[in-house]
Design a protein around this ligand. Structure first.
Ligand code: GLU
Length: 474
């Protein structure tokens, strides 16, 4: 029987789901799902000040929005502190770790000395081999790993290949601090082991940690999971992606109107490839994802590419699904709550769905969709943008006044029939079509640019269209 795959995503709560973290989560999820395995979620919440309920919620929200579903209950690393301490105490008993009574000042002095002598700043082994009877009274000790002094630690990484770390550069690292708090290095190892993790996928900034953690695994007689350290995401300028590049949290991408499916597709392609394919369904990603097609160099975040991909998903998402995504997007954006309220009326929703096929062809994001569909929910009297004001000159208003009776005469109100009426009117008046259509656009939508004007007329219906035109006609 083959061992079933267990991966995990182990974010520290920062207040948002970092877009790089989102990709790490996605890779973990794709790998596990493709093999009938599980992806667990562990919140690395040992920094108590940052680990608020809101910060944890933001992580979960980000994952849920992206459609990345973890298995089981999230694990709290802080909640396992007792177990981490117990493991370290057992290691002391087994002789693979020891109590260290050095004060922070002594440890600092050691580091300074090593630095002055051009050696790597490591612990000098003061307490490594001393008898417990020498322990000073009244000082609570830290627990350190009795790390090998010679040889190499080799990491067989699925992305980075074979990486060698000379043990002399790896310290007798602290497992439990003198205040009783387990270190991150110990906590990760014990948690991954206890959670049954078989594959670790994380950013390559953790590669050196993998070597340190490998020493702890070895000391405990446990097997190191399969590790894959993926290159980080860089900004368009080639620097590590950070706040100064703009949006960094998943919720910001939601507010920018990107669809979860487009984000998944984009993030999957960021560092991973499948031939020349650019567009994949989630099922295809799950089927095809593997570590061997992850590149070794950092990927650059390309907003233009994301936007193009999103435009594709806007066009190809079925209307009912797009409506649902729009409803998820609305609550957090300006004016969104009012639109949501408007949509809660069944007639309005039907109007929106009638307009959607035309609108989604041109909207690259949900933000653009919100803007182009605006004419549906604005109420009379409309407000006009600068361009619309300009279009509604005295002459133009007079044109609209003369057009009105022609529209009133249209009995079967549709895009086609209103277009025929406008064309006949323009011909009769010897006007270019634009001279009629542009003021009409301004009067109906309040904007200088809008979706196709005959679509607008049809969706608004005769009564509302005539009323809006009437408001501007003179
Ligand atoms: N909490 C770590 C981070 O957010 C991840 C540690 C790990 O995946 O082992 O970078």
């Amino acid at each position: 029987m083959t061992e079933s795959v267990v991966t995990r995503f182990a974010p520290s709560p920062t207040g948002y789901l970092h877009i790089g973290g989102a990709r790490t989560a996605l890779f973990n999820w794709l790998y596990a799902k493709g093999r009938g395995g599980k992806m667990l979620l562990r919140i690395e919440d040992t920094d108590r000040a940052r680990s608020t309920d809101d910060a944890v919620l933001a992580l979960k929200d980000g994952l849920s929005w992206l459609g990345i579903q973890w298995d089981g209950e999230p694990v709290s690393q802080y909640g396992n502190a007792e177990r981490h301490r117990a493991v370290a105490e057992q290691m002391v008993k087994d002789g693979t770790a020891y109590y260290c009574y050095c004060t922070p000042e002594e440890v600092n002095a050691m580091r300074e000395k090593a630095r002055a002598e051009n050696r790597p700043p490591r612990y000098d082994g003061t307490w490594r081999d001393r008898a417990p009877s020498e322990a000073p009274e009244g000082i609570s000790p830290a627990i350190r790993l009795k790390a090998p002094l010679e040889g190499d630690t080799i990491i067989e990484d699925k992305v980075q290949g074979t990486v060698k770390f000379p043990n002399k550069d790896l310290d007798d690292l602290v497992l439990v601090r003198s205040d009783g708090n387990p270190t991150y290095m110990l906590a990760v190892v014990v948690d991954d082991h206890d959670m049954g993790v078989t594959h670790i996928v994380r950013g390559d900034d953790h590669l050196t940690n993998a070597a340190r953690q490998a020493l702890i695994y070895k000391a405990l007689g446990w097997d190191l999971p399969v590790v894959s350290h993926i290159p980080l995401i860089y900004g368009p300028d080639g620097a590590k992606l950070s706040k100064r590049h703009g949006a960094i949290g998943a919720e910001a991408y939601r507010a920018m109107g990107y669809l979860p499916a487009a984000m998944r597709n984009y993030l999957a392609r960021l560092g991973w490839s499948h031939g020349d394919d650019e567009i994949f369904s989630t099922d295809q990603m799950i089927e095809w994802f593997d570590f061997d097609a992850i590149g070794k160099s950092p990927s650059r975040f390309d907003f233009k590419k994301l936007e193009n991909l999103n435009a594709h998903y806007m066009r190809s998402t079925p209307d009912s699904e797009l409506l649902e995504a729009f409803k998820v997007y609305l609550p957090d954006v300006e004016g969104g709550v009012q639109v949501l309220e408007w949509l809660s009326n069944a007639q309005n929703e039907a109007k929106f769905l009638a307009a959607l096929p035309g609108l989604k062809e041109r909207a690259k994001t949900l933000v653009e969709l919100q803007e182009s569909a605006r004419y549906l929910w604005v109420e009379r009297p409309l407000d006009f943008d600068e361009k619309a004001e300009k279009l509604l000159s005295e002459d133009a208003r007079a044109v609209l006044a003369r057009l009105l009776p022609h529209f009133e005469a249209v009995t079967d109100w549709s895009g086609e029939n209103t277009e025929a009426a406008v064309r006949a009117f323009a011909e009769q008046e010897e006007l270019k079509l634009g001279k009629v259509a542009q003021p009409l656009r301004a009067a109906l939508t309040g904007r200088g640019t809008s979706p196709g004007i005959f679509d607008v007329l049809e969706v608004l219906g005769k009564q509302e269209s005539l009323a809006r035109i009437g408001d501007c006609a003179k």
